[in-house]
Design a protein around this ligand. Structure first.
Ligand code: HEC
Ligand code: HEC
Length: 289
């Protein structure tokens, strides 16, 4: 009798301490490698969140402490500080709160994160990948940098969609599907698709380009990524890879920002092949239509 009344309690304590250990366990190096690979590559959070100097140059010492201004007819948005600083960054947020901010666009205080943070795309990021990115954010040095609040000239929607519970990435064996997954978490189509006057992506013209990006570089216009004559139809795989990973066109002329070429150069060959297979699977559409 005595034994049977003690045992459950003792095992409950053991279980509780095992759970504590699990919660406190540092992420594995494989998790951190995966998170770094994504962030230094196709996901490129730094393209928006890295602190920059007056000519738009990266300030690596200041890490992801934000400040970049996005000016649009619809908004004046600033990339916030996402370093571990407890006052001006996200140092006080839990891992779950960070994952929710990335995939659902909801801050711990319940407010909604606005564009151009590509939440509509990040919703489809797998649990494994979002956790890997959060683990890397935790390793970021705290940098104090107070960033102004964004203002939007339109009411943000009540949410970006239902809560994201569990997402699995498609198998790498399915090249087209996995390529679509990479293009989604890399939010390629965010820039390569036009938006309607309400700011919604025109899905019927997915990937056909034509969005205009004004900036210190003058103006750049996103290209047609579909296999149409006005798009990538006659391009070789090597030319597509050179454009994405090398930032140069078929004649070797460098492209203008804001595409994240400095990061995309780290996309590995197998992921580049998957991205290319996906682009080739898109329905051909004329430029901007
Ligand atoms: C295209 C630019 C862009 C990209 C890419 C981007 N962000 Fe953001 N992010 C923003 C902007 C702008 C905001 C603020 C929007 C607002 O003020 O409502 C934001 C907000 C956030 C916030 C909320 C912070 C706060 O204090 O409110 C977090 C956390 C965040 N981003 C993390 C990330 C991570 C992690 C990645 C990569 C997986 C990423 N972002 C990629 C532009 C971007
Ligand atoms: C922040 C916006 C943005 C994002 C994100 C983006 N691109 Fe681009 N992309 C552009 C712009 C703008 C150009 C044209 C630049 C120029 O004309 O100098 C371009 C050019 C290209 C080209 C050259 C095509 C041609 O006909 O010359 C390819 C290929 C391409 N992007 C593929 C991708 C892929 C794949 C991704 C995702 C991994 C991606 N882009 C993400 C904005 C973006």
């Amino acid at each position: 009798m005595r034994n049977s009344s003690i045992r459950p309690a003792a095992s409950a304590i053991l279980l509780a301490s095992a759970l504590n250990l699990a919660a406190a366990a540092p992420p594995t190096s494989a998790t951190l490698d995966r998170g770094r690979y994504l962030m230094n590559g196709v996901v490129a959070c730094a393209n928006c969140h890295m602190a920059r100097g007056p000519r738009g140059e990266y300030l690596p010492d200041k890490g992801l402490s934000g400040g970049l201004l996005f000016q649009d007819k619809m908004f004046t948005a600033y990339a916030p500080n996402v370093t571990q600083d407890r006052e001006t960054g996200v140092g006080k947020w839990t891992d779950a709160q960070l994952a929710r901010a990335i995939r659902e666009g909801v801050r711990p205080d319940g407010s909604l994160i606005g564009p151009p943070m590509p939440v509509e795309f990040y919703r489809h990021m797998s649990d494994e990948d979002v956790n890997a990115i959060v683990a890397v954010l935790r390793t970021e040095r705290a940098v104090s940098n107070a960033v102004p609040k964004s203002t939007y000239n339109f009411p943000l929607p009540p949410s970006w969609g239902p809560p994201v519970t569990s997402v699995k990435a498609p198998s790498r064996a399915d090249k087209v599907k996995y390529g679509e997954y990479l293009a989604t978490i890399g939010h390629c189509m965010e820039c390569h698709t036009q938006r309607d006057p309400k700011g919604m992506l025109v899905t019927a013209s997915l990937g056909s380009g034509g969005r205009v990006f004004p900036g210190p570089w003058g103006e750049s216009i996103s290209r047609n990524l579909t296999p149409h004559e006005s798009g990538l139809k006659s391009w070789t795989d090597a030319q597509i890879s050179n454009a994405v990973r090398g930032g140069v066109d078929r004649y070797g002329t460098p492209y203008k920002p804001p595409m994240a070429y400095q990061h995309y150069k780290n996309i590995d060959d197998s992921d580049m092949a998957a991205l290319t297979a996906y682009l080739r699977s898109l329905p051909p559409r004329p430029f901007g239509e």
